[in-house]
Design a binder for this molecule. Structure first.
Ligand code: ATP
Ligand code: MG
Ligand code: MG
Length: 406
């Protein structure tokens, strides 16, 4: 089923040694983007086979996977066919066909995390309803069905007002801010109108955005990674600092909210919990991703067990690994497409060239076939003795780039 070269024979290879009893099990991942690619990298170190389902022949995970089935992860027949080839199914994206996963679970297919979790998470409004029922602190929210209900929400929550699409959201696509009642109509049009489902959130006056990766094993054991700070630019994650520079009280609160949120969901794997720290010291949940996440990329270099290894351990039923940091500090910088085509590649390669000269820096390039503006093309993680030091190293890397491109 692999379209690209280097395909594997689907029969077990003779030289496979079942070191942990898992090397014959195929982990099926719905989606073959950068998260799938980094899962494949972790799997290869552990002699675990990862097969990906992705419509793009040259998706980032394709060349590193044990096998790649070219097909849509939101198409029922394709997902069912894919499931037959795998020992356990997991996801690197939540926008998959949840109804088919539910059906497969009823037939005894092992999905981790559970289909119920994917169903809740993939609809951000349903997700908010779920977490509010479980007593998780959230910005206030309400569904809007027409301009009148949007105006009522504006009266209630004030402006700026965050308007969000319920489904298919990522990197802020699907979010728009109305600064006043007059802007409501045009913002709603930009989001495609009411047909696909919209809801509003009260503006969260955050001073910092934090994130916690929570891992849950098949035996229900739970381990949390250190709290990180995420810095977004135009709704897209830009920089992650680990650990977050917040008091131990805030770290504890953030970890407790994250654990409580994940405890309300079913299944094994890693879950990323995005949080707001408000001016008055409250922690509010923004959203949860039921999979490895951009806020956890630093763990590859900075933690004893990366989020990708942890996800694989969790879904196949191995013991969870140590999530603590093995370096005092890390900073992750996303390589976002700055321009279309060749110029975009040139700019990214200039920056990579600089990163290679920075102590403690590791470059990850996702090998996406096309460069687009604001697209996540890769990332750089810098580890070092303190947050101050890694920040300085990042600053010098970026300033040099600016200097050169002038
Ligand atoms: P992701 O790529 O993380 O899945 P997304 O498209 O689901 O992103 P959100 O996480 O809902 O988008 O929002 C993106 C960013 O917008 C947040 O990280 C935060 O910076 C800002 N944001 C979201 N909700 C609010 C809010 N209620 N008040 C203020 N800012 C918000
Ligand atoms: Mg999201
Ligand atoms: Mg988000």
């Amino acid at each position: 089923c692999r379209a690209s070269s280097g395909s594997h024979d689907s029969s077990p290879r003779k030289h496979d040694i079942p070191v942990h009893g898992m090397s014959e099990m195929i982990v099926g991942v719905l989606g073959g983007g950068q998260l799938g690619r980094m899962l494949c990298q972790a799997a290869s170190q552990m002699a675990i086979k990862v097969m990906v389902l992705d419509p793009q022949e040259n998706c980032p995970a394709s060349s590193l996977s044990y096998d790649h089935m070219v097909g849509n992860f939101d198409d029922s027949a394709t997902v069912q066919e894919f499931a037959k080839r795998c020992g356990v199914l997991t996801v690197e994206i939540e926008h998959v066909d949840a109804a088919t996963l539910e059906k497969l679970e009823q037939q005894g297919v092992d999905c981790q995390p559970k289909a119920s979790t994917i169903r809740i998470i993939q609809d951000k409004y349903l997700q908010k309803v779920h977490f509010s029922r479980h007593g998780i602190p959230l910005p206030e929210f309400m569904q809007i069905d027409d301009l009148e209900s949007a105006k009522r929400a504006g009266d209630l929550y004030g402006y700026p007002l965050m308007i969000k699409s319920k489904r298919l959201a990522y990197d802020g696509r699907g979010n728009a801010v109305a600064k006043s009642e007059e802007e409501l109509s045009s913002v709603i049009t930009v989001l495609g109108g009411f047909d696909h489902g919209l809801y509003v959130e009260k503006w969260a006056p955050f001073v910092k955005e934090l994130a916690v990766i929570v891992a849950r094993g098949r035996d229900n054991s739970i381990l949390c990674y250190p709290v990180v700070e995420t810095i977004h630019k135009e709704n897209i994650c830009h920089v992650v600092k680990a650990p977050a520079n917040v008091s131990s009280k805030i770290q504890k609160m953030a970890t407790e909210v994250a654990c409580k949120a994940v405890s309300s969901l079913e299944g094994a794997g890693v879950f990323a919990v995005e949080l707001f720290l408000t001016e008055d010291g409250q922690i509010l949940l923004n959203e949860v991703a039921p999979r490895p996440h951009n806020s956890g990329h630093h763990t590859i270099e900075s933690c004893y067990t990366s989020q990708f290894e942890q996800h694989l351990r969790a879904v196949v039923g191995l013991p969870l690994g140590d999530p603590s940091m093995k370096t005092p500090a890390a900073i992750m910088y996303n390589l976002l497409g700055e321009d279309e085509g060749d110029r975009g590649f040139d700019l990214a390669h200039q920056l990579i060239g600089r990163a290679l000269c920075v102590p403690g820096a590791t470059v990850h390039w996702y090998d996406k076939p096309e460069m687009r503006k604001q697209r996540k093309m890769g990332h750089i993680t810098i580890v070092g003795p303190s947050i101050c030091k890694v920040q300085n190293r990042l600053d010098s890397m970026l300033n040099k780039e600016k200097f050169n491109s002038q």
